[in-house]
Design a protein around this ligand. Structure first.
Ligand SMILES: Nc1ncnc2c1ncn2[C@@H]1O[C@H](COP(=O)(O)OP(=O)(O)OP(=O)(O)O)[C@@H](O)[C@H]1O
Length: 379
């Protein structure tokens, strides 16, 4: 069992600015927690505070039932993998991997067995006699991970471990890391700014901005039920489209009306709240690119299709092989992206009317930028 808890953790390097502010998180045994967010949001600082490489300005860090703010890094029983591999260049791969156990005076035959086991898991048995200088980036990365998994620490802390690899190797290592997590059954805390890594590896994603946690939830919840405009725009590629408009009552129904006058019908499940609290007020509509379609889908059955259409002018069409991304421009609401089938016709300059799956769109408060219908992770 290993639980890592951060309570009101803050980090200030210069007494004026906070790199991390009021960070609260309980990490449970065997979780794969991802810290994600734009550059400078405090991901690495948080990880380094957990590792003990950075002092905590205020707040508490608990590892299992022990308050660890002032526990030496070596006594925290955590294993760290860095972006730059941190291998000893003069030592062979075998010795690099064996090192952590040698300094703990583990018997030689036990070390030998563990090195070979870890090397087998990572497919680097043939490299054990080489030195780091004779390895490719991906091989070095595996050795670094191999060195980390020699022990079974309370948790692995990984800071952008795949960022130096090319796209193909990254994809391969992502699969291997997910597999490793299953096999080792250990907690992993992982920093990245790559949302594909976050979505595919994490059992929970912590989205950070300016030192604060904006949302901590399962990947699917983050995608389908983002807490606010920032999270909604940060996760997903192409990003969610945002359009400002006004909520207007329309007979027994409710419409979202753009400045151009184009209207989209609000589904009944959301109409009452919007009509009650936002009638004639501005809100921001969020539509994921995949929630546009050329045809009316059966999911639209509860809505009048003629009132779920948006017209724009094609600006750019990107053919990606399995799909096409259309970038369109609405008269007043600006550009938006639609993910459509490869066969979709349309060229720059053409007018295009697409159906919007209004059951899947999001509404954000224009002032607070909060998702008006956020379930708080309880769907
Ligand atoms: N040693 C330091 N001294 C002063 N400020 C620092 C120090 N290390 C980090 N910072 C600042 O703290 C903030 C958070 O930095 P941190 O490295 O944690 O961000 P990050 O989210 O990991 O960014 P990136 O993705 O670019 O690595 C930044 O504003 C950074 O400039």
């Amino acid at each position: 069992m290993s639980e890592i808890t951060l309570r009101n953790v803050c980090k200030s390097y210069d007494k004026e600015h906070y790199a991390v502010k009021d960070f609260n998180l309980e990490i449970h045994d065997n979780e794969f927690v991802i810290f994600v967010g734009p550059s400078g949001c405090g991901k690495s600082t948080t990880l380094r505070m957990i590792a003990g490489l950075e002092e905590i300005t205020s707040g508490e860090l608990w590892i299992d039932k022990q308050l660890c703010n002032y526990v030496e890094p070596k006594d925290r029983d955590l294993s760290m993998v860095f972006q730059n591999y941190a291998l000893y260049p003069q030592m062979t791969v075998y010795d690099n991997m064996a090192f952590a156990l040698q300094i703990r005076k583990v018997p030689k035959n036990e070390i030998d067995q563990k090195v070979h086991e870890a090397a087998a898991i990572l497919g680097i048995e043939s490299l054990l006699k080489r030195r780091p200088g004779q390895l490719s980036g991906g091989q070095k990365q595996r050795v670094a991970i191999g060195s980390a998994i020699m022990r079974k620490p309370k948790a692995f802390l990984m800071d952008e471990p795949l960022s130096n690899l090319d796209a193909k190797l990254r994809a391969q290592m992502r699969v291997e890391l997910a597999d490793l997590h299953k096999r080792l059954g250990t907690t992993i805390i992982y920093v990245t700014h790559d949302q594909t890594e976050a979505m595919t590896l994490g059992t929970r994603i912590v989205v950070m901005k300016d030192g604060f946690i904006r949302q901590a939830d399962a990947p699917r919840t983050i995608y389908e039920d983002p807490a606010d405009l920032f999270v909604a725009g940060f996760i997903g590629s192409p990003s969610m489209n945002f359009m400002e408009g006004t909520i207007r009552k329309n007979g027994s129904g409710v419409d979202f009306v753009l400045a151009s006058g184009q209207k989209l019908e609000v589904p009944q499940t959301k109409a009452a709240l919007l009509a009650g609290q936002y009638a004639d007020k501005k809100v921001i509509l969020g539509i994921r690119p995949e929630h546009f379609s050329e045809e009316v889908k059966k999911e639209h059955a509860n809505l009048n299709p003629s009132r779920c259409r948006l017209t724009g002018k094609v600006v750019v069409k990107e053919m990606l092989g399995s799909e096409s991304i259309f970038y369109l421009k609405e008269q007043r609401a600006g550009e938006y992206a639609a993910r459509l089938t490869v066969d979709t016709k349309g060229a720059p300059g053409d007018e295009m009317t697409l159906y919007v799956d209004m059951n899947r769109v999001h509404f954000f408060d224009a002032d607070t930028e909060k998702n008006i219908f956020y379930h708080g992770g309880q769907q």
